[in-house]
Design a binder for this molecule. Structure first.
Ligand code: GLN
Length: 484
């Protein structure tokens, strides 16, 4: 049951061969059994889930159900959930319960999905390993001494261990795709604006985007159907017409041009991973696609630009946590300044503080032009690289990460080495493009991810290519032994 696709779970529920309450209990039991070792969840919402499951069963009985009704899901703890605490994995929000649902949460609730918990993550989504969590690190089900990636590491680990069939994540510089790659699951970062950011706690507003984390492209398409679309409460959400993302999944790939950026296959990539990615790309060629060499000349600038822009935006976004309005407040402040300083000093973790300081620095008078403005200019050049590439190809393919899952603590003392694990993902956010990571093999028994990048709002095409790959291969069906 825990390896069954959303489509098949949906069929079982619609045919009344299983009830949502049975399905929910099944996943809750697996979660209780496996979560203590993996720490994928910050909050479990078993009772709440059984209530939602009862309501879903009622809809199923009365012919009022949609394709997702009755299926369990977990939400990254960055999405506000009415009446259930939302921590963003920070001490700052340890006591915070939102008075409303994020649009993503509300839409999946309307679709009848059953929330079984809130998943672990890096504090305020800042990190690549889920080690920057106030609630302790999550672990990779393929090897518990290794990280699940981040920042949506809890969602990825929960799916890989079969604790939940699907989850939500957010991706500012790779946080859906990188943990998906390291945990051997499928993760889709939609085009900027495709999915509403309302109620999704802000890290870097011009880069943040929520999306589905699942076991297959088909499952991701079903979730995207429910969460996409214009939202009057998010002024950056795009007025893009609704689509059925499952419609073109089966389309054959003849005529599709797949671009291979030279810069993605250079010396920074582990050659063994490069070989596996080329095997995956050849599989797409066998399915009818044509391979084209392309250049993305500004690729090397993506990391420095991303870390200037993301830190600038986060320093501004996180100024709202002042100990006054909501969140953590220090004990016995001497005066207002002491209240601000100690609330923020005690409430935020080290990585968050580092980023607020760097962000405030690059935005300050005298440095603004040299860093922030310059980064915005190079950001435009990076976007133009992709624009030119998409004049020649339909999809760009490459690795999601330069290495497989690293060991816990391996990179925690060296933030720069942690930042470098994002080299293949951050440019996509700077450009605002959609991209998906899908399982594409194993290296030393650890999963690796193939990244497919699409043109603006071309999620359908991306999901089509990913689905055809998953029809031809079995990597996405592999499960870690302990959780098989
Ligand atoms: N790892 C990147 C960072 O630390 C991306 C995080 C994200 O996408 N939320 O900023």
């Amino acid at each position: 049951m825990h390896r069954t696709s959303l489509k098949s779970l949906s069929d079982l529920l619609q045919r009344r061969e299983i009830s949502s309450q049975e399905l929910t209990r099944f996943f809750l039991e697996r979660t209780e059994r496996f979560n203590p070792g993996i720490n994928a969840f910050i909050t479990l919402t078993g009772e709440h889930a059984l209530k939602e499951a009862r309501a879903a069963d009622h809809r199923l009985q009365h012919g009022e159900a949609g394709p997702l009704t009755g299926i369990p899901i977990a939400h990254k703890d960055i999405f506000c959930t009415e009446g259930i605490r939302t921590t963003c994995a920070s001490r700052m929000l340890d006591n915070f319960t939102a008075p409303y649902d994020a649009t993503v949460v509300a839409r999946l609730k309307d679709a009848g999905m059953v929330m079984i918990g809130k998943t672990n993550m890096d504090e305020f989504a800042m990190g690549s390993s889920t080690e920057n969590s106030f609630y302790g690190p999550a672990r990779n089900p393929w090897d518990e001494s290794r990280v699940p990636g981040g920042s949506s590491g809890g969602s990825a680990a929960a799916i890989a261990a079969g604790m939940v069939p699907a989850a939500t994540g957010t991706d500012t510089g790779g946080s859906i795709r990188q943990p998906a790659a390291l945990c051997g699951i499928t993760g889709l970062k939609p085009s900027y604006g495709r999915v509403s950011r309302y109620g999704m706690i802000a890290f870097a507003s011009s880069l943040d985007q929520g999306g589905p984390m699942t076991r297959s492209a088909e499952d991701a398409a079903m979730i995207l159907n429910a969460i996409c679309g214009l939202d009057a409460r998010d002024s950056t959400s795009a007025p893009q017409p609704g689509e059925d993302f499952t419609r073109d999944l089966d389309r054959d790939l003849s005529g599709i041009r797949i671009g291979l950026p030279r810069e993605f296959f250079d010396a920074r990539l582990d050659p063994a991973i490069g070989g596996l990615i080329m095997d995956a790309v050849r599989e797409l060629e066998r399915s009818g696609a044509t391979l084209v060499d392309i250049d993305l000349p500004n690729t090397a600038l993506a990391i420095p630009v991303y870390y200037v822009v993301a830190m600038a935006e986060c320093s501004s976004n996180l100024s709202r946590y002042d100990g006054v309005r909501f969140g953590y407040r220090c004990e016995n402040p001497a005066d207002l300044m002491d209240l601000y300083c100690r609330s923020r000093g005690e409430g935020f973790g080290d990585e968050v503080k580092r980023r607020i300081m760097v962000g405030a620095y690059v935005l300050s008078a005298g440095y603004y032009d040299a860093y922030y403005l310059q980064a915005q200019k190079v950001r435009r050049l990076i976007r133009d690289d992709y624009r030119q590439a998409f004049a020649k190809v339909d999809v760009i393919a490459g690795p999601t990460t330069p290495s497989t899952a690293f060991r816990l603590h391996e990179k925690t003392d060296n933030p720069i080495s942690m930042y470098l694990s994002d080299i293949y993902t951050v440019a996509v956010n700077l450009a605002g493009l959609p991209a998906i990571s899908i399982p594409a093999g194993f290296l030393n028994r650890l999963p690796i991810g193939l990244q497919l990048i699409g043109d603006y709002f071309a999620e359908s095409r991306l999901l089509n290519v990913a689905h055809r790959y998953q029809l031809a291969t079995d990597w996405h069906r592999a499960a870690p032994e302990t959780y098989a």
